[in-house]
Write a protein that binds this ligand. Structure first.
Ligand SMILES: *[C@@H]1O[C@H](CO)[C@@H](O)[C@H](O)[C@H]1NC(C)=O
Length: 496
């Protein structure tokens, strides 16, 4: 596929984009392909004719011979000299013609393998020029975040030995930075989730929230005490958590989890976050890192925000707490769900599974896959579009990653990938239907582990709200047009 031609097509279709049109792109591509096939056929015939003529010339006195014999020796030298003079000019003309093609005025030229390569190279160069790819920095940032969190958590675990507070497990990085792209031009925020499990003598039971009017799937965590009494003799064991919590409290001198972090018998998000925040604050002083880094620690009701800085650099980490559902990649987490989320509610989160999907795909895709560049370019053009979220674009992108053949993610097809995502976005907006990538998706790779109820759930529609609200729908369509427009400007001028 000729990358440049596609590039034109995209640029033109974007820049001269009057209104949402039907299958223009496909139609244009088809026409282009036909045109190209005809052109190649003409070229083939022309070459054949030339070969025939050459054969004729060799079999008798030819034009060339006649010309040659008619010329005097001085004329031959003048001819050669003139050719030498004209040759560089011809090369320059060819070069300019190619450049003219880039700006959209050129016409088709005979192509060779070599030229194809140059063009692909040119495009790669252009994109690298246009957008700053943060991938290298991100990897270093992710490594640094993971290392720092591990130090934090081992200090916290030491502090919690012998207590009945939830057990803290290794932090899991998720979100755009861990997937290899950034959501906006601003500083990257590294998101991590710290999984909790029940301390000794306790059980966490996850109960699905019954309020179906609340968006999404939400859970509560019921904290129960384990009974260690012999069967049929409940209360016989003096060191039973369930029957003699007071005795246990006296022996261990430790407060009970139910008294400390729960509301009723449910684990309270806000109390747990606050407890985690206090622990971080106290433990930081004891870490050797506190001598070389400055920590600014803030906590909202549902997550902790860390900014670590020294004289050379700084980075931000946002920490959520969560509980794993069975042994899957789905967690319930402390993240907020709307303005009045009850403090005992833990919404289900799919971010960990999504990040795992990106990692999984990165291993499957060709070495020079341009999928992240494609997503990054979309994110750069997105800039807080009102009407849909960057997560909608990411969702479409993940559907594409999951269904388009792997070889099509080669950087050669970059513009095709970009236009595919845009087209899917347009269709989704038009139909007001964008299927959730995780919930109810039967086609996920096996590596992404889902609980049975998530796998078999009815697929949810992320554009559901557009059905009710016509104004929101118009706004979303407008946002889509703006996105295309900004994308074209970004490709053409390097800024929106
Ligand atoms: C990040 O860590 C991985 C594995 O530990 C390593 O292979 C990679 O080189 C590191 N990247 C950077 C940029 O430090």
């Amino acid at each position: 596929m000729d990358t440049w031609v596609l590039w034109f097509l995209l640029l033109q279709s974007i820049i001269d984009y009057p209104q949402p049109v039907g299958d223009d792109w496909d139609e244009a591509t088809r026409l282009l392909m036909e045109e190209r096939a005809k052109f190649q056929e003409r070229e083939r015939i022309r070459l054949e004719l030339e070969v025939e003529q050459l054969a004729l010339m060799q079999s008798g006195p030819s034009w060339g011979d006649l010309l040659w014999s008619a010329l005097q020796p001085w004329q031959v030298w003048a001819f050669v000299g003139l050719s030498l003079l004209l040759l560089p000019l011809w090369f320059m003309w060819r070069k300019r013609r190619r450049e003219a093609e880039v700006s959209g005025e050129g016409e088709k030229e005979k192509e060779s393998e070599e030229e194809d390569e140059t063009r692909t190279y040119d495009l790669a160069w252009l994109l690298d020029e246009r957008i700053q790819w943060p991938v290298q920095d991100l990897q270093a940032g992710c490594n640094r975040t993971t290392a720092m969190m591990e130090k934090f958590l081992s200090a916290l675990r030491r502090a919690l030995v012998g207590t009945f507070f939830p057990v803290l497990h290794q932090a899991i990085g998720f979100g755009s930075a861990f997937e290899g792209w950034t959501e906006s031009g601003e500083e990257a925020v590294y998101h991590v989730l710290v999984p909790l499990t029940a301390p000794p003598g306790h059980i966490f039971r996850l109960e699905r929230d019954a309020d179906w009017l609340r968006p999404g799937r939400n859970f509560r965590v019921r904290v129960e005490l384990v009974c260690s009494c012999p069967r049929g003799q409940e209360g016989a064991n003096m060191l039973c958590f369930r029957h003699h919590p007071d005795v246990i409290g006296m022996v261990t001198q430790q407060p009970n989890l139910l008294d400390m972090l729960c509301t009723g018998s449910y684990l309270d998000v806000e109390k747990t976050i606050y407890f985690f925040y206090r622990l971080l604050e106290v433990s930081w002083q004891r870490l050797p890192e506190s001598r070389s880094w400055h920590l600014a620690l803030h906590c909202s009701q549902r997550f902790c925000h860390l900014r670590l800085s020294n004289s050379q650099e700084s980075f931000q980490v946002q920490v959520m707490l969560g509980l794993q559902r069975f042994t899957s990649d789905i967690f319930i987490s402390s993240r907020p769900r709307g303005a009045h989320t009850p403090s005992t509610m833990w919404p289900e989160t799919y971010s960990i599974a999504e990040t795992k999907f990106f990692r999984h795909m990165a291993m499957q895709l060709p070495q020079d896959s341009s999928h992240l560049k494609c997503l990054q370019l979309l994110a750069a053009a997105f800039q807080e579009c009102k009407g849909f979220s960057i997560h909608s674009i990411k969702t479409i992108f993940m559907h594409q990653l999951n269904t388009v053949p792997l070889s099509r993610w080669h950087s050669r097809f970059f513009l095709l990938q970009l236009s595919d995502v845009l087209e899917q976005l347009r269709l989704a907006l038009q139909k007001k239907y964008l299927q959730h990538f995780i919930v109810g998706n039967q086609r996920l790779p096996e590596e992404i582990r889902l609980p049975q109820d998530v796998r078999t759930a009815r697929p949810s529609n992320l554009f559901h709200s557009l059905w009710r609200d016509q104004a929101a729908h118009s706004q979303a369509m407008q946002a889509y047009l703006d996105l295309r427009h900004r994308l074209a400007r970004l490709l053409a001028y390097g800024h929106c």
